[in-house]
Design a protein around this ligand. Structure first.
Ligand code: PAF
Length: 283
């Protein structure tokens, strides 16, 4: 498997493949690969001739320096996992911070039509500017035909769609279903950092999302939200940060249900010190 650290080498490989008429799939990651990432890579392989996987812990999207320090660095293990999927059709791009940012490790300020201010935007200052900066740079280097992102970070997915639309980037964004552990807990690199008691408690998040979906059939968003908040109040090991039912296009909290709009319910909650997010389609 080719593991490349330099954007210039990536660009020349991309040119070679494009000259041969190959389609290019792209899966950006931040190391600590799990089955959710692997499912994105497998989907990308089934729809493209060659798949680039970037493995880069992007410093500009962390609003908390401790979170960045504690972030697991697992390149060797990640490469082994990818080799099991395909040794020949995957190229790993594992750049240094300098290769991406030169000497200027800062993010660009984006206007995502307000999507960046909802939910995660309220709690993670500057996070989506960091995501927009790295994803745009990676798209410019890899110039993929198709790029794959998980629906677990649904707000991120919608923001990346907006980035592509606003900057007229020629890449097709593919949203992929949330991969879950048998317990229902959404797969995340953070799950490994959960203490056993929190790991046991955390599947409550998906159970409550499913129950909220059921209630949303007959009750208002405000009533469902009130109910979810009361259920979390009874949990000793989980602390709700937000529960929001939002329009999937604007990500704004719903005021009144409308038949021709699509909605999702979103949760962020702490299990001990670990912050988890999840969401579910409501209609
Ligand atoms: O979802 C992630 O892992 C990151 O936000 C991404 C898209 C790889 C950008 O660093």
């Amino acid at each position: 498997m080719k593991i490349v650290n330099s954007k210039n080498i990536i660009s020349s490989l991309v040119s070679e493949y494009k000259l041969l008429g190959k389609t290019i799939g792209f899966v950006p990651t931040m190391e600590a690969l799990h089955k959710g990432h692997i499912s994105l890579v497998k989907k990308a392989l089934s729809e493209n001739n060659i798949v680039f996987v970037s493995v880069f812990v992007n410093p500009t999207q962390f609003d908390n320096s401790q979170d960045l320090e504690k972030y697991p660095r697992t390149l060797e293990r990640d490469v082994e996992l990818l080799k099991e999927v395909s040794d020949k059709k995957i190229i790993v791009y594992a750049p240094t911070v300098e290769d991406i940012y030169k000497n200027n490790v800062t993010s660009t300020k984006f206007d995502f039509d307000g999507l960046e201010n909802e939910m995660e935007g309220e709690f993670r200052d500057g996070h989506f500017n960091g995501v927009g900066t790295i994803v745009k740079r990676l798209f410019e280097i890899v110039t993929p035909d198709n790029a794959y992102f998980g629906e677990k970070d649904f707000q991120q997915l919608q923001i990346i769609r907006k980035l592509v639309e606003k900057h007229k980037l020629s890449v097709n964004i593919v949203g992929c279903k949330i991969h879950r552990e048998t317990s229902g807990l959404a797969m995340s690199s953070r799950n490994e950092r959960l203490k056993p008691e929190h790991k046991k408690a955390a599947p409550f998040i998906y159970r409550i999302l499913k129950a909220a979906k059921k209630k949303f059939g007959t009750k208002s968003a405000a009533k469902v939200t009130e109910w979810v908040v009361s259920q979390f109040a009874e949990q000793d090991l989980l602390k709700l940060e937000y529960f929001t039912i939002a329009d999937i296009k604007t990500l704004k909290p719903i005021k009144r249900k409308s038949k021709n709009k699509k909605y999702r319910a979103f949760i962020a909650a702490y299990a001990g010190e670990i912050r988890l997010i999840d969401n579910i389609a409501l209609n």
